[in-house]
Ligand binder design. Structure first.
Ligand SMILES: [Zn+2]
Length: 374
């Protein structure tokens, strides 16, 4: 049951520059004007715009799309970790579309990227829509219309047909650039899964808006990404997995195996270098088939462990990501989607693990103070 009036007080973190000391949720909307009636609930602490996971997959399991009960379980785990906005970076196909979640008040908000686009045998089985390179521009246009303003591509993957299998590009430059142009005409942005330097270089060359994983960016590419405003989602949990992914290549794909082990060795230094180069960073957990839902705080912990300052991690997790996605944070009239902590996570991201309150559409849904406490 949504509380009619919640008084949030303490440090209201609007963005990196602006703070307030009080804000109210009235019938699910934020206001800085003190309401005439007394609050039903007061929550004191450091208040942030609801966390954002820009790389998460709700409704997918090891064999592709999962039934609604499982999608619901995943969405609640994400929400309870403070994630109130998800850019779904590759969605399930019918009959298990997650569109129904849009009507559920308990569900985090989803911005979908349509289905991942890949080539047969060039990505994880069951997850992607397989097409040929010639079909890319048309398929991107279809996914742009099916999604919520984003399209997700697989940009590089192991090519087992090579004499020495290694990470290799999926798409020729001309089809990729044309496809990105089609998406932009339709008002959609395009992001791509790339591990390799070649994949990152191609993404920057062909006008993509965002890069997932991005382990291959070197200093020159980082400078280019910054200049072009291309955001990078470092997916630190997934980077940790590169060593075990490489194990699959042992004795079979030695070049690929060495490639992944090098990216794994460099994972933390390269993430810190992205920050130091001024690249726009976003937090994405890649919760999906191998990474369980609800582990968002492991992602922020790993970003901090890589040497990215806590304040920058919080920007990438909260108001900075909302601004990037075009979704309001804490502002007059916005939906009351906020997280409250007893201490300031900008000093220590570990604070994110224990929210005082997770308030979604004006309802306390998780944390120490939940609806049951009213
Ligand atoms: Zn993913």
């Amino acid at each position: 049951m949504a509380s009619e009036v919640i008084h949030l007080s303490g440090a209201i973190v609007i963005d990196g520059r602006t703070e307030a000391s009080d804000v109210w949720s009235v019938a699910g909307r934020l206001t800085f004007d003190k309401p005439a009636r007394a609050a039903d609930l007061r929550v004191d602490g450091v208040v942030l715009p609801g966390l954002v996971d820009v790389h998460c997959h709700i409704g997918l399991g090891p064999e592709g799309a999962v039934p609604p009960d499982e999608a619901r379980r995943q969405a609640i785990l994400d929400r309870d970790s403070g994630v109130l906005l998800v850019r779904d970076a590759g969605c399930p196909r019918e009959p298990y579309s997650t569109r129904w979640l849009d009507d559920e008040r308990w569900s985090p908000r989803l911005i979908r990227a349509g289905q991942h686009l890949a080539i047969a045998k060039r990505y994880i089985r069951y997850l992607a829509r397989d097409i040929t390179p010639d079909e890319l521009p048309g398929a991107v246009a279809e996914e742009a219309l099916a999604g919520d303003g984003w399209v997700k591509l697989v940009g590089d993957w192991i090519d087992r047909s090579l004499p020495e299998p290694d990470l290799a590009l999926l798409w020729p430059d001309d089809q990729l650039a044309q496809a990105v142009g089609r998406a932009h005409e339709l008002g959609a942005r395009v992001t791509t899964h790339v591990f390799s330097a070649e994949g990152a270089a191609q993404a920057l060359r062909c006008g993509l808006d965002c890069i997932e994983h991005g382990t291959g960016l070197d200093a020159a590419m980082m400078a280019k990404a910054r200049a072009k405003g291309v955001a990078v989602v470092p997916t630190m949990i997934q980077r940790e997995n590169f060593a075990s992914i490489a194990d699959d290549g042992r004795g079979r794909f030695p070049v690929w195996e060495r490639h992944l082990r090098r990216l794994h060795r460099e994972r933390r230094d390269q993430a810190r270098a992205l920050f130091e180069a001024g690249v726009k960073l976003l937090v994405g957990s890649d919760e999906s088939t191998t990474i369980p839902h609800g582990v968002y705080c492991s992602e922020t912990d790993l970003m901090a462990a890589a040497g990215i300052p806590a304040e920058a991690v919080i920007e990438a997790a909260s108001y900075g990501a909302r601004d990037y996605l075009g979704v309001p944070g804490i502002e007059e009239g916005a939906s009351a989607d906020v997280v409250v902590y007893a201490a300031d996570p900008r000093a220590d991201v570990a604070v994110l693990r224990a929210p005082q309150a997770v308030i979604l559409r004006g309802a306390p849904v998780a944390g120490a103070i939940t609806a049951g406490a009213l």
